[in-house]
Design a protein around this ligand. Structure first.
Ligand SMILES: [Zn+2]
Length: 352
């Protein structure tokens, strides 16, 4: 049997690259793809901090651009050699919930990273619901394409479109004030998306200068390095004491949520895309109720936004790939986790 390299996590801080059997078609709706680029996600750092020790190992990675190598008997619209972007969640793209734009809730869909689905920080991958999930990138040869273009296409698998989803769910309108909480790759992507939607003021809350500099390049008009009450006060100063119409929360920890309801304007929307690391959060008078604030957000239905975003990237209208500041080979993936965890790297790309 052929063997490929894939990334497995065996517990907090324990990431290994191992040889595993090549993926094979299991369902007639599957495709097998050859990975062109994958990457490490900020959300991969949550298990990296907290995963209990496992003897089996969890397959890692959910972001990929790839070339279709084989398709199951029920796959339509894709053929061998197609260059594709795979959303971080697979979906049939035909059911009621997909048609309503919430592909991450598709009853026939799911997520990578289980023993059943495998991970995408690998050399090859099985993509379930391939017809509904994979979107072709026209007229690009991945083996000769510009690295910057590949980087931007890779962000459409998750990070940019997760930032976009935050902005979309916050219903940003031209001329509004937006605060983005978090200067990780998703937060910076949310800045770029808010800019695309015509936000007039974009306040980025973050304190890593290299990151906030990229945030300014993406459209942030102000940077607030302070956190907690001090950070909230700074944002209130910048918004004439009113707060922002939209708050895009891209962290997932309680202090980020607290900052969010601290700076949201009365009648405004908090949109969360940082995976919450808490089960309970205040919604009472002092947080949401008193301000008539709405809470939105969740796992991004990347597939809903993918065609349009590919077109924008190919036209050079957006360059979200700038969030990648390091590239490692598949063998170096464990070092990539260390670099992201130590905040030496903003986002790490992986070559197969
Ligand atoms: Zn569906």
């Amino acid at each position: 049997m052929d063997v490929m390299k894939a990334t497995l996590m065996y517990g907090a801080g324990d990431v290994r690259v191992e040889t595993v059997p090549d993926p094979v078609i299991k369902q007639p709706t599957d495709a097998i793809v050859r990975v062109v680029r994958s990457c490490i996600c900020g959300s991969d750092l949550h298990p990296y901090h907290s995963m209990p020790t496992s003897t089996l190992g969890s397959p890692m990675g959910h972001e990929v651009i790839a070339v279709v190598e084989e398709t199951g008997s029920e796959v339509t619209g894709l053929s061998k050699g197609d260059f594709v972007v795979a959303p971080f969640a697979f979906a049939d793209n035909t059911c009621t919930l997909c048609r309503e734009g919430f592909h991450t809730a598709c009853p026939n869909g799911g997520f990578y990273g289980s023993e059943e689905t495998g991970g995408l920080q690998a050399q090859w991958a099985r993509i379930p619901q391939a017809s509904g999930s994979l979107v072709k990138v026209p007229d690009v040869n991945p083996d000769s394409a510009d690295e910057g273009l590949l980087a931007s296409l890779l962000t459409l698998s998750d990070v940019y479109l997760t930032g976009y989803h935050a902005a979309h769910m916050a219903d940003i309108k031209p001329g509004q004030s937006v605060t983005v909480v978090g200067d990780g790759a998703v937060g910076l992507s949310a800045v770029l998306a808010a800019k695309q939607m015509g936000a007039e003021q974009i306040i980025l809350m973050g304190r890593h200068q290299a990151r906030t500099d990229l945030g300014r390049e993406f459209g942030a008009t102000d940077v607030v390095a302070e956190r907690g009450a001090e950070g909230v006060a700074k944002v209130m100063d910048l918004t004439d004491g009113f707060g922002s119409h939209a708050v895009l929360e891209a962290v997932g920890h309680m202090p980020a949520y607290e900052q969010s309801y601290g700076v949201v304007r009365p009648g405004g929307i908090i949109s969360r895309v940082g995976v919450p690391q808490y089960e309970e959060a205040p919604v009472g008078f002092g947080s949401l109720f008193g301000k008539n604030a709405r809470l939105a957000g969740g796992p991004a239905p990347v597939r809903a936004y993918l065609e349009e975003a590919i077109t924008q990237v190919l036209a050079g209208e957006i360059d979200p790939g700038k969030v990648f500041d390091r590239t490692v080979s598949i063998d170096e993936v464990p070092a990539g986790y260390v670099a992201m965890d130590d905040r030496e790297a903003l986002k790490v790309m992986v070559t197969p």
